[in-house]
Design a protein around this ligand. Structure first.
Ligand code: GLY
Length: 386
């Protein structure tokens, strides 16, 4: 029998790959592998510049996972047979420049700088002129910035493609089907009533039911179904829509990630080695709505143009909306949740960043101080879990 990974996004595929590398028999199930939120994601590995007040646990997880990224990328490239090595997933580490547009944005940036200082984070406060010296395409109106030199980024589409290749090379089966429910020992007819149900623990998970009724038996099910996880087990995960667009430029416009606030409205620009510039992302609570809207794209382009006027000259290459799996505290839900079930979901804005650490935790590769981080994302924090 095998371990079944439900979900072929960056988290599910990373978990499957680490388990397969350890010699464990796994099967991945997903109707659209490498689609969904992983296809939309910009790929920022930015625990420092994404830090927000009250989210220190997320920061600790993000920093630990960022440390894992270089080795993860190199091993993945080797396993997938990428001739370019780690560059094959476009891992870059030139940092993030967080810039302010209006006086209000500058005041908020100053407050954020003080908060980061208190946390001991390595950021450098820059004037507008210093920001433009680093990134000459920034608008003259940019008033100041914060450089998080340790932040990095990667191309998630290359990462998931490499993961699929690596899994194929290890003969890991990929079942292209939708999972409609978990099979449980005490409830063979229906999907799990919910992990967080009242009245005692649910029975041991023994596999999954697929659309059409077929069943797949498993020693363990790893639930990595992102925003769809709540429908399969009663975990507190909700979809948070993000619209994002990709522009194409003959020459890279930026050398590092630029994020900024334009009168309180956040936007980020992520440059790729091939000249692509990713501009994201909206954050909307609209359920399972993946429509790309004129208003969403307008706001992104409006704010991006205020920070980097040259973006309007670029070719519009791609627009997409993805669903982040949000949790009540913005921290992922990773770890055992009863007999036969492991959760690896709820990564919200940090799926790409947190994939290496999540995979290590699930595969039992994280020890010492890193292993201690497991408590921060444990399912148990949401109460009694079967
Ligand atoms: N991590 C960026 C986003 O979710 O938009």
């Amino acid at each position: 029998m095998v371990e079944v990974i439900v979900g072929g996004g960056v988290v599910g595929l990373s978990v499957a790959w680490r388990l397969a590398r350890a010699g464990r028999p796994v099967t991945v199930v997903d109707p659209d592998p490498a689609g969904g939120a992983s296809h939309a994601a910009a790929g920022m590995l930015a625990p420092v510049s994404e830090v927000t007040y009250t989210e220190e646990p997320l920061l600790r997880l993000g920093l630990a996972s960022l440390r894992r990224w270089p080795a993860f990328a190199a091993e993945l490239a080797a396993d997938a047979g990428l001739p370019e090595g780690a560059h094959g997933v476009d891992l870059r580490a030139e940092g993030t420049l967080d810039v302010a547009f209006g006086a209000d944005d500058l005041a908020a940036l100053d407050e954020l700088a003080a908060f980061m200082d208190k946390l001991g984070l390595p950021v450098e406060r820059l004037t507008g002129r210093e920001c433009r010296r680093l990134e000459p395409m920034l608008a003259p109106s940019v008033r100041g910035g914060l450089l998080a030199a340790g932040d990095a980024w990667v191309d998630p589409r290359r990462v998931t493609a490499a993961l699929l290749t690596a899994l194929e090379r290890r003969h890991v089966p990929l079942v292209r089907a939708r999972v409609t429910g978990l099979l449980r020992e005490d409830d063979p007819e229906g999907p799990a009533a919910g992990l967080l149900r009242e009245g005692g623990p649910a029975g041991r998970v023994t596999g999954v039911r697929l659309e059409g009724g077929a069943e797949l038996a498993a020693t363990t099910v790893v639930l990595a179904a992102g925003a769809w996880s709540a429908a399969l087990a009663g975990v507190p995960v909700r979809p948070v829509k993000g619209q994002i667009l990709r522009l194409r430029s003959p020459q890279p416009l930026l050398t590092r990630c630029v994020r900024g606030s334009v009168h309180g409205s956040p936007v980020y620009l992520v440059p790729r080695g091939d000249g692509e510039l990713v501009v994201g992302a909206t954050q909307e609570e609209l359920g399972f709505d993946t429509r790309v809207t004129a208003g969403g794209l307008y706001e992104l382009l409006r704010d991006a143009r205020e920070l980097v006027p040259g973006v309007t000259e670029l070719e519009l290459a791609d627009v997409v909306a993805g669903l982040r799996p949000g949790t009540p505290d913005n921290v992922p839900i990773v770890g055992p949740a009863g007999d036969g079930l492991v959760l690896a979901t709820g990564h919200h804005r940090g799926g790409v960043l947190l994939a290496p650490l999540t995979a290590a935790l699930v595969a039992g590769e994280a020890g010492g101080e890193e292993g201690g981080l497991a408590a921060l994302c444990s399912p148990a924090r949401f109460g009694e879990i079967a």
